[in-house]
Design a protein around this ligand. Structure first.
Ligand code: NAP
Ligand code: G4F
Length: 327
């Protein structure tokens, strides 16, 4: 039974990946920080097969201990301060967890090593935020980076470290440059979930208005369930490499709003949506659209859920959830 260690197990991708790997017959271990993390109970209630290991990406010794305990065949480094907006006000913490955390994990792997004939394979969760003020459209594995937030800068550091450890020490370390991916497990702080949950609450009479920031930004939004398959495929290749994972389509936030409000039968979104300065960022990423042709060709990866289906999935899920909560 192959063993996988996932950091960021309580996050959106950690949950999807745990489910995916369990179905593939893996023993799934999740790194969890804190002395009594309140997310443990709900996580194990939904995924009883996950085995929790204590550790923190800011604590090197805890990563070494976790790898020694688990003896994983594969490590998926999904743990991060991942909310771009908060990275502006907590830049040092973001750099430590999202940036230096990658280096600590790579060093821990180098130290512990793994089985001689079957060394540990490593996946780094890189991000389209690294492209920031984009240098070309669409963005590929070769597009230069120009990050626009402390989060983006930290991800560039982690990305280059992953490439460097692969080239310097021969680690099987791959980096997935994933564009935005969403779904019903998305955190409420991100714009798509903020919209889908607000639409549901407005529909049920629990909320009147939805306040957002910049509505002109464009994102390449895919479904998280499709994207975790790509992570796994990267680690099944003989050679480690970097891959863009994206849909190749970009949509303005207003398009997400339109579909979401229509799906709930609320009509024109402009009746409900306002703007608030607090949700604008000091610097913005205006447009992201990725070219995933390398992943499609080499990994055989293909997204299955398109943009309208993604919006509908999220709104329908939140309508059910909020209705249950209201009872
Ligand atoms: P998420 O839902 O925000 O989850 C982040 C996870 O990181 C949580 O489980 C969190 O644990 C954990 N974490 C935070 N600080 C930590 C620390 N010091 N030590 C160990 N773990 C820590 O993120 P996601 O959407 O699943 O994304 C997964 C990864 O992919 C992240 O690295 C993100 O930056 C990257 N990424 C995401 C997207 C996207 O669109 N979703 C796109 C590109 C890249 P707690 O719950 O205990 O705080
Ligand atoms: O949903 P967001 O917060 O996601 P963002 O900044 O694109 O970051 C996400 O995707 C990255 C991949 O590109 C990941 F690496 C990262 O970890 C994270 O998962 O914001 C999307 C856009 C931004 O342009 C933001 O300014 O929506 C705009 N926006 C407008 N109003 C808002 C709001 N974003 C949020 N969160 N809340 C608003 O009220």
């Amino acid at each position: 039974m192959p063993r996988a260690l996932i950091t960021g197990i309580t996050g959106q991708d950690g949950q999807h990946l745990a489910e995916f790997l369990h179905e593939k017959g893996y023993e799934v271990f999740g790194l969890m920080k804190g002395q009594n993390n309140p997310k443990i109970g709900p996580l194990l209630a939904e995924f009883p097969y996950i085995r929790i290991v204590s550790g923190d990406l800011t604590d090197f010794a805890s990563l070494v201990a976790a790898i020694r305990t688990v003896q994983p065949n594969e490590i998926y480094n999904l743990g991060a301060i991942s909310f771009v907006a908060i990275s502006f006000t907590q830049a040092e913490l973001t750099s430590n967890v999202t940036g230096l955390g990658v280096l600590r994990m790579l060093e821990a792997i180098r130290l512990v090593g793994g089985e001689k004939d079957n060394p540990i394979r490593f996946y780094q969760a890189s991000s389209s935020e690294m492209y920031g003020k984009v240098r070309e459209i669409p963005q590929t594995e070769l597009t230069a980076f120009h990050p626009r937030s402390p989060y983006g800068v930290a991800k560039v550091f982690g990305h280059h470290m992953t490439v460097n450890y692969r080239e310097s020490y021969g680690l099987h370390a791959s980096s997935g440059i994933l564009f935005n991916h969403e779904g019903p497990r998305r955190g409420y702080e991100f714009v798509t979930r903020k919209i889908s949950s607000s639409v549901a609450r407005i529909k049920l009479g629990m909320q009147d208005k939805l306040l957002l920031g910049n509505l002109a930004a464009k994102r390449d939004w895919g479904y998280a369930g499709d994207y975790v398959k790509a992570m796994w495929l990267m680690l099944q290749q003989d050679k480690p490499d970097d891959y863009v994972i994206a849909t190749g389509e970009t949509h303005e936030i207003t398009e997400f709003l339109q579909l979401a409000f229509e799906c709930a039968g609320l009509g024109d979104w402009r009746k409900y949506v306002g703007q608030d300065k607090q949700y604008f960022r000091p610097a913005e990423v205006d447009l992201l659209v990725g070219d995933a042709s390398k992943a499609e060709k080499t990994l055989g990866w293909k997204r299955e859920v398109d943009f309208p289906a993604l919006v509908e999935m999220m709104v329908r899920h939140d309508l059910d959830l909020e209705a249950k909560r209201a009872k």
